[in-house]
Design a protein around this ligand. Structure first.
Ligand SMILES: C[S@@+](CC[C@H](N)C(=O)[O-])C[C@H]1O[C@@H](n2cnc3c(N)ncnc32)[C@H](O)[C@@H]1O
Length: 219
């Protein structure tokens, strides 16, 4: 059973095919390169000795789950995500798994929003801070090395996601716990389980790659 959510009419129905901006959209991408990777990782097993299993459990327990490998959203797609969310100067944009910070930096630079980027990779957090400084928006954005599963997004008005499909589902309690009515969630390429999006936007990006964006507004 999916958990309870304030997001409208999204709990049990499958994601429908919709027509938006003149395009017939299919929200379920045909190939999931990331998921293939995920399956390969999950198929690996440590040797079945008590010592190794204990070590593996201890190591896993200490580490946050990797919700997706790093892959940057192209800038033209970033701009489209922010536009789809109706981002403006009063918004606080959280990117859960922010990589080099490009989404929150673009939100500050192009829309005057404030932004918070969260990532578990310290090198990416350092890079994001440098990028923000170079873009001249470091006063409006901040970056934290943190597990997205533990983040409080109660001051977010926009949340952006570019994570594996299964990770989006894992994050649902984080989103439903504290997001306020009117907050928007934009996900790149992967839906959030069976939550029915308000908008599905499928298009070809500047590099000729087909992308799908999903938008939900908290009711
Ligand atoms: C596909 S990249 C997306 C980067 C950026 N949001 C973008 O669209 O350009 C996913 C990011 O999530 C980060 N990540 C993976 N697991 C995470 C976790 N548990 N908490 C926070 N960040 C995580 C990775 O380090 C990576 O930078």
């Amino acid at each position: 059973m999916p958990e309870k959510s304030p997001i409208s009419a999204l709990q049990t129905r499958p994601v429908p095919v919709r027509r938006t901006a003149g395009a017939i959209t299919n929200p379920t991408p045909k190939s999931y390169a990331h998921q293939d990777l995920e399956c390969r990782i999950l198929s690996m097993r440590p040797p079945l000795t008590t010592a190794l299993l204990t070590l593996a459990v201890a190591t896993t327990a200490a580490q946050p789950a990797v919700l997706a490998p790093y892959s940057a959203t192209p800038m033209d797609v970033v701009e489209r995500m922010l536009k789809l969310a109706g981002t403006g100067p009063r918004d606080v944009v959280y990117d859960l798994g922010c990589g080099d910070g490009r989404i929150v930096i673009a939100a500050a630079r192009s829309y005057g929003a404030r932004g918070v980027g969260i990532d578990i990779d310290p090198a990416l957090i350092t890079r994001a801070r440098v990028n923000a400084q170079q873009a001249g928006v470091d006063a409006r954005v901040s970056f934290r090395e943190q597990d997205a599963m533990t983040v409080d997004v109660s001051d977010a008005t926009v949340v952006t996601l570019y994570l594996l499909a299964a990770s989006n589902v894992k994050l649902r309690p984080v989103l439903t716990r504290t997001l306020r009515p009117g907050a928007r969630i934009v996900a790149h390429n992967y839906p959030i389980g069976d939550w029915e999006p308000d908008v599905v936007d499928t298009f070809t990006d500047a590099a000729g790659v087909t992308r799908t964006l999903f938008l939900w507004t908290v009711k």
